[in-house]
Ligand binder design. Structure first.
Ligand code: ATP
Length: 296
């Protein structure tokens, strides 16, 4: 199995604060991966490390086996669309497609023009005058024209309305399915990602909380509802990720390592969103920032 992106004990620090710490993950080639986490979790930092814009302070990150910071030779393999899709706003889409051809050795201008034509993007209007959704599509078309093997997208749909979001993600999936591109895209919109992605990386407070193939992660978790839980182990449960209780009842989101046959518990399947929220909620409880507490 070819690995598109691999990090081992990766760390990046700003001053004394770690934006990313002890980050280890492997993204197999051909996957569409969601990078999920709350504001400040370290998502952009990871993407900037993956495209060689930042140098790791600890550990390693490799794209198709090469360090992107030390080996610029791997950069043509990587397409990157930064947050807020920065583009030269005075240039038209047609000019940007032309410019891309001057700046990249491998450049599929016809692909970009076809995409933008199909989407009805006006070629002769400065991109600063396009809508946010149209600009996002221009940035994606330019990134795809590079024919990257790894495409990194930092919150590509944040500024789009629900319909534009769905169209954007559908067109992204169509394009990458044809070209077998590996995609890593960060977003806060879990429902969108559940439809689009087959791999998941959850970051919180600079650390990887959960990563793997979506199907495996969903299959490995269940919701249990039963009498108030006293903490005793339940057969088949490897870990309780999140627990909520009323006086008489407990609801547990658990990771399982076998069938849960205890008749005291009703077992429900869970969706990806339930799993992600359980891991993030668990962290949120532990990571409340003491600096914001009012002194006594
Ligand atoms: N240039 C910088 N200088 C100092 N601190 C930074 C810098 N860039 C990021 N950070 C800090 O690193 C941490 C991770 O930031 P990052 O932008 O990677 O998070 P994120 O998950 O992408 O957040 P968001 O969802 O809000 O975009 C944050 O605490 C942030 O304040």
């Amino acid at each position: 199995m070819e690995i598109a992106l691999e990090a081992e004990q990766l760390g990046k620090r700003y001053g004394k604060s770690w934006a990313l710490r002890d980050c280890s993950l492997r993204l197999p080639a051909g996957r569409i991966a969601a990078l999920v986490g709350p504001n400040g979790a370290g998502k952009s930092t990871l993407l900037h490390l993956a495209v060689g814009l930042l140098k790791p302070d600890a550990g390693t990150i490799r794209v198709f086996g090469q360090s992107p910071y030390d080996n610029p030779a791997v950069l043509p393999e990587i397409g990157f669309v930064a947050q807020d899709t920065p583009l030269y706003r005075d240039f038209t889409a047609a000019e940007l497609v032309h410019l891309g051809g001057r700046m990249n050795r491998r450049w599929d201008a016809a692909l970009a023009r076809d995409r933008l034509g199909q989407l009805g993007i006006p070629p002769r209007l400065p991109v600063g005058k396009l809508s946010g959704g149209q600009r996002a599509q221009v940035a994606l078309a330019l990134a795809l024209a590079k024919r990257p093997r790894l495409l990194l997208l930092d919150e590509p749909v944040a500024s789009l309305d629900p319909l534009a979001r769905r169209e954007f993600l559908q067109s992204l999936m169509g394009s990458v399915a044809e070209s077998e591109t590996t995609v890593l895209l960060s977003s806060h919109l879990l429902a969108d990602l559940e439809r689009t992605c087959d791999h998941l990386i959850v970051l919180n407070a600079a650390q990887v909380r959960l990563t793997g193939a979506v199907d495996d992660l969903v299959a490995a978790h269940r919701q249990l509802v039963g009498p108030r839980h006293d903490g005793r182990p339940v057969g088949g449960v490897a870990a309780v990720v999140r627990a909520s209780h009323t006086d008489r009842q407990s609801t547990l989101l658990v990771r399982v390592d076998g069938p849960v046959n205890d008749p005291a518990w009703t077992v429900h399947d869970v969706g990806l969103e339930d799993v992600v929220l359980a891991y993030l909620a668990d962290d949120a409880q532990q990571n409340r920032h003491s600096e914001w507490e009012v002194p006594a």
